[in-house]
Design a protein around this ligand. Structure first.
Ligand code: FPP
Length: 249
């Protein structure tokens, strides 16, 4: 199958009737299995996974995706062995340092969703600088979910709404779906149209639970380090052929 994206014209090919999702979410799963299959430590899988993250993020930006949310570290991932968590923290630092310059050329706005106060002060400073230096860009918004859990996000949102009611700023009868959406880390952004999970697992794993009420899911059998731009094209083609009804007929 031909590539969806025409590199010469920098546009999605016109000969296919493709409906591009505005917002894509990706659960970057399968790094550990990828490494194990090669007799490598799990951390090596994360290194290849991180490289692939940049390739796929850049490709999404090039084909005109407006929002991309990647799941890099969940609130539950702290349970992993210490050396694996340390290797991931090292990778985050390295890639954030590079993202400061790297994503500049792609005009990508980098944002972080999740409770980043749990990270080292060095990593928190990098997160702050990355957001600050990219916030004036006009291209794709890249949300990197780090220490993110959707239930944790809903607890955070509930507390902030309760605080506003307590202080008299918000009337309890004014609480509606928009108030909740606007209290989440993704406030002001459209809900994901498509969530892709490589590695063949049929689970949502605490990712964007509220936001994915009407999201189309595509599960792919590739492990994340092997997930290619052709696989992304395939996921978009599958999405494009879905009949989205949002509860209607
Ligand atoms: C899930 O695979 C992957 C992770 C928990 C880490 C994902 C992180 C990266 C790809 C690095 C991204 C870097 C930046 C800067 C965003 P797994 O380890 O659960 O794999 P398994 O299911 O095969 O064990």
């Amino acid at each position: 199958m031909s590539a969806l994206f025409n590199r010469r014209s920098k546009k999605v090919r016109k000969d296919e009737n493709i409906v591009l999702p505005q917002h894509i979410g990706i659960i970057m799963d399968g790094n550990g299995r990828w490494a194990k299959l090669r007799g490598l430590p799990r951390s090596a899988g994360h290194t290849y996974g991180a490289q692939n993250f940049r390739t796929i993020a850049r490709y999404c930006s090039n084909i005109g995706i407006k929002y991309l949310t990647v799941y890099a570290f969940s609130t539950e991932n702290w349970k992993r062995p210490e050396d694996e968590v340390n290797a991931l923290m090292k990778l985050f630092k390295q890639y954030l340092n590079e993202a400061l310059t790297d994503f500049k050329d792609d005009d990508i706005v980098v944002r972080f969703i999740g409770d980043t106060t749990a990270f080292s002060s060095e990593l928190q400073e990098l997160i702050r600088r990355t957001e600050e230096e990219s916030k004036h860009r006009t291209g794709m918004v890249l949300n990197i979910a780090m220490n993110y859990g959707s239930r944790d996000e809903l607890v955070m949102a509930t507390k902030s709404i309760a605080q506003r009611v307590k202080s008299g700023e918000l009337d309890i009868d004014s609480i509606d779906e928009d108030v909740i959406s606007n209290s989440l880390y993704t406030a002001g952004q459209p809900d994901p149209d498509l969530v892709i999970r490589p590695s063949g697992e049929y689970r949502i794993s605490n990712f964007l639970l509220w936001q994915s009420a009407y999201t189309e899911f595509v599960i792919m059998q590739k492990l994340w380090p092997d997930f290619s731009t052709d696989d992304l094209d395939e996921a978009i083609r599958l999405f494009s052929n879905r009949n989205r009804r949002f509860g209607g007929v």
